[in-house]
Design a protein around this ligand. Structure first.
Ligand code: CA
Ligand code: CA
Ligand code: CA
Ligand code: CA
Ligand code: CA
Length: 340
């Protein structure tokens, strides 16, 4: 009996001392926030950034309301337009030499994943629908785009709720788009956030409770998933959600992920994917973020408030208003984390 009690005590001791503690994360203040979405409860979900190279102050941010449609915001956060849609979840965009194409995962039909395509009319700050296209069986959840360097071909990755990833080829050469499913990959459990590095053709996907994975984005490549970072409860706390990139040089820079479980954002240095630090958004005049789903990040000059780039993060709690998106200067993140 005495031995058993001792074992029980040891176990109890282990349980209390071995619980992971999240690594500290400095605060970075939001510089602006968008108008709140119309829908109460959990509604704002995922952003995408378009940088206006000729007039950075006129850059645009797209954001989904997964219960109502999709917004276009100015760089000051003002809502410029709204396009109703049944259930768009994540959104990504690519500037194809003057024509800006946005793609959203569409789960209006939970039995068949769709992708909804839009042209972003950058002068009118409005999304023009190009149609909804079936992808495969299952519920659409995550969405990211890839422009292949060798031939500028456009591909989309639709992450289904069960962890399957369907890759589509998007052909915009005809009068109406052609969307063809070209292959599927598979992760074990619920996955959503994804991003493709156009420099390297590497696809990154977040499996919410497990960690981050990397695939070769080319449809002719093996479908092998390479594990690159774990949900460890310290540097990355479940759910692992939105992903974004801060590229530098040919293969360097950072991969950023929403560490939703502890309201932080974790950075990994590329190309080796080593832990590089973490931060939270808050501590300024604008409320901080919590429970973030989607993020996007684009480097470059976005005007005086964002001289080196713009990071946009969904905010799960914008009380007393409904949810919205926060804007953060990438330069402020770099300074807070003393990045080189
Ligand atoms: Ca949410
Ligand atoms: Ca996005
Ligand atoms: Ca999720
Ligand atoms: Ca907040
Ligand atoms: Ca607010």
């Amino acid at each position: 009996m005495r031995a058993l009690s001792f074992a029980a005590l040891l176990l109890a001791g282990c349980a209390t001392t071995s619980a992971p503690v999240a690594v500290e994360a400095p605060m970075v203040a939001a510089a602006a926030e968008t108008d709140p979405v119309d829908t109460a409860a959990d509604a704002a979900d995922d952003p995408a950034i378009w940088r206006n190279a000729s007039d950075p102050a006129k850059s645009l941010v797209i954001g989904t309301d997964k219960k109502a449609g999709i917004h276009v915001y100015s760089l000051t956060g003002k809502r410029l337009s709204f396009t109703p849609a049944a259930r768009l979840n994540n959104v990504d965009l690519r500037d194809l030499g003057g024509r800006v194409i946005a793609a959203a995962s569409d789960r209006a039909d939970v039995a068949t994943a769709h992708v909804s395509l839009f042209t972003l009319d950058t002068a009118a700050a409005k999304l023009v629908p190009l149609g909804r296209f079936p992808v495969g069986a299952g519920e659409a959840y995550g969405m990211c785009l890839w422009t292949r360097a060798s031939d500028k071909a456009l591909f989309g990755f639709v992450v289904l709720k069960d962890g399957r990833i369907d890759q589509v080829a998007i052909d915009l050469s005809g009068a109406s788009p052609k969307v063809t499913t070209v292959r599927s990959m598979k992760l074990g459990t619920q996955s959503e956030g994804c991003v493709v590095d156009d420099r390297t053709g590497q696809l990154y996907v977040a499996e919410e409770d497990v960690g981050l994975w990397r695939f070769d984005a080319d449809p002719s490549a093996p479908v092998t998933a390479t594990p690159i970072a774990k949900v460890d409860g310290k540097t990355l706390v479940a759910d692992a959600e939105g992903l974004a990139l801060a590229p530098s040089g040919r293969t360097g820079g950072y991969l950023v992920v929403s560490s939703q479980g502890d309201n932080a954002y974790t950075l990994y240095r590329l190309p080796g994917v080593t832990y590089a630090g973490r931060f939270r958004i808050g501590g300024g005049a604008i409320d901080g973020t919590s429970d973030t789903d989607g993020i996007d990040l684009m480097l470059g000059d976005f005007g005086p408030a964002y001289p080196r780039g713009l990071l946009v993060a969904q905010d799960g709690d914008n009380a007393p208003a409904t949810q919205n998106f926060k804007y953060v200067s990438w330069d402020a993140v770099r300074k807070a984390l003393k990045l080189r």
